[in-house]
Design a protein around this ligand. Structure first.
Ligand SMILES: *[C@@H]1O[C@H](CO)[C@@H](O)[C@H](O)[C@H]1NC(C)=O
Length: 189
């Protein structure tokens, strides 16, 4: 599961913190892999994306909760604009594929899931190219769109046309509410 977290200025510092607490809670709830050879359980990664050239891999695919917590405690909010297309391409080239050896870091038969956490408004440059790369890598998308001001065209594109994959919630506070949280966990599992 690769989380793509919108670090744009529209999000705001407090909401940004709510979003990374959400990632941490999800990592505690899921059964993460127990070691390098555990092919049954989950690994997660987190990318914070901003404008076209600002993408930060907060942590690559891992099952190590200590490492996840440490990386999250050091996360710095980009507070920029955001462009989702470049974020997707960056995630594929740096998280799904290991940039050191160009091998796929995500295991072959593992279901690869991208979870977008966004306020719903983001640039759409390179979006078609990005969506094609997602399809090529067999990515299952989930879109968590927060706030009332969303760009449904963009959300549907990154959701690969599947409305059921789009969770629309009122605000970032919803992320920690059991109603949403449990629905999200059931969906992602
Ligand atoms: C998990 O991460 C912590 C912190 O980075 C590290 O000290 C520890 O060795 C890691 N554990 C495993 C099993 O890789």
């Amino acid at each position: 599961i690769v989380f793509l977290l919108d670090g744009s200025e529209r999000t705001g510092e407090v909401n940004f913190r709510r979003a990374h607490s959400f990632v941490e809670e999800v990592s505690h709830r899921l059964t993460l892999a127990r070691g390098d050879n555990d092919n049954m359980n989950a690994r997660i990664a987190l990318l914070q994306y901003g404008s076209e050239r600002e993408q930060v891999v907060i942590f690559p695919l891992t099952y190590n909760l200590t490492y996840i917590s440490e990386a999250l405690s050091k996360i710095k909010y980009l507070d920029s604009s955001s462009n989702i297309g470049s974020a997707i391409i960056h995630a594929i080239n740096n998280i799904v594929i290991n940039p050191q050896n160009q091998q796929r870091a995500a295991r072959r038969n593992a279901e690869l899931s991208f979870v977008f956490i966004t306020d719903g408004i983001t640039g759409s440059k390179n979006l078609n190219e990005a969506v094609n790369s997602m399809k090529k890598q067999d990515v299952m998308p989930t879109v968590v769109a927060l706030g009332s001001d969303v760009d449904m065209d963009v959300l549907l594109k990154i959701g690969l046309g599947d409305r059921a994959a789009i969770f629309r919630e009122k605000d970032y506070v919803s992320l920690s509410q059991p109603g949403f949280f449990d629905r999200f966990i059931r969906w992602i599992c």
